[in-house]
Ligand binder design. Structure first.
Ligand SMILES: C[S@@+](CC[C@H](N)C(=O)[O-])C[C@H]1O[C@@H](n2cnc3c(N)ncnc32)[C@H](O)[C@@H]1O
Length: 277
């Protein structure tokens, strides 16, 4: 039997909650639940965020939405006159986006891993919404920032959101277990769920580990995800090291969500022209 050890710093599990065949379908349902903040934020907050993003960008922008999910933001921005390419590696979300969220030749959707894909074209805006940038590990953040830099026009913007420190209090350290009859988010069959939240304070990171133990097959699946948290200075430094500078920081845009933390900082970053990597 496989041996499970303590979660190590920046450890990734082999399985991912975003691409697991069973969970991907439930993830899509969570995205589409207009009241929930589980995968996409609730509808009111999304509308507020769209208004804010629209106020930060030029009319008829050419946008790339990294981790677009089922195309909720992409379709709304397309309706406002922008052109959007959405990229996501949840096949169910991309299928849904293509079927339900295509807007008059102004949207397109691609099933791809944005850490491996190349973004041809000169986009005016790259966006990554719902703290996906926070969920990336340092080496992945470097990769994505370099890809975004290459994909953006000279005056292009990168718009994203990250967690702040309050996420630590909202997600205290824990090790718990529970049982389920199945047919829910984690598993079709009855299962045991072992959950762990571990803080890596020196690295401003939280790790979440879920073991799903199928009661029938005894099969064990392990999923590890991460969240990083930032302040204006630390996000500014990270951006600067990777060829971006902060244009605007917007706090308190989000006030009524119930998932993980409301303590979010939205960032508009612009490409630094004299950056030599
Ligand atoms: C928290 S959800 C947010 C979705 C969307 N931005 C929204 O707010 O409605 C994160 C999304 O990023 C996608 N994702 C995560 N890592 C990815 C990767 N490496 N390549 C492509 N998509 C990724 C997931 O599949 C998921 O749809």
């Amino acid at each position: 039997m496989k041996q499970f050890k303590e979660i190590e710093l920046f450890q990734r599990s082999q399985l991912s909650i975003w691409t697991d065949e069973y969970i991907a379908k439930n993830m899509l349902n969570a995205h589409l639940d207009k009241l929930s903040d589980g995968a996409s934020r609730n509808e009111l907050v999304i509308e507020k965020t769209i208004d804010w993003i629209n106020s930060q960008i030029h009319a008829s922008s050419n946008i790339i939405d990294l981790g677009c999910g089922p195309g909720i933001y992409a379709s709304k921005l397309a309706k406002l006159g922008h052109t959007v390419l959405g990229i996501d590696f949840n096949i169910e979300s991309i299928k849904y986006a293509k079927q339900h969220n295509e807007i008059e030749n102004r949207t397109s959707y691609r099933y791809a891993n944005y850490l491996e894909d190349s973004f041809e074209g000169t986009y005016s805006v790259a966006m990554m919404i719902y703290c996906d940038f926070s969920a990336l590990l340092p080496n992945e953040q470097k990769i994505i920032l370099s890809k975004i830099r290459n994909g953006l026009a000279d005056d292009g913007l990168f718009i994203f959101d990250v967690f702040e420190k309050e996420i630590l209090d909202k997600n205290p350290k824990k090790r718990t277990w529970s049982m389920s009859e199945g047919n829910d988010f984690w598993c079709k069959d009855p299962y045991f769920l072992l959950e762990e939240v571990k803080h890596f304070n020196d690295f401003n990171r939280i790790a979440y580990r879920h073991f799903v133990i199928n009661q029938q097959s005894r099969d064990i699946k392990e999923y590890i995800t991460w969240d990083g948290y930032y302040n204006s200075e630390s996000i500014g430094n990270l951006l600067k090291e990777n060829g971006f500078k902060i244009k605007t920081i917007k706090k308190n845009l989000i006030d009524n969500t119930n998932f993980k933390s409301n303590d979010i900082m939205f960032v508009v970053a612009e490409k630094m022209n004299n950056y030599d990597n």
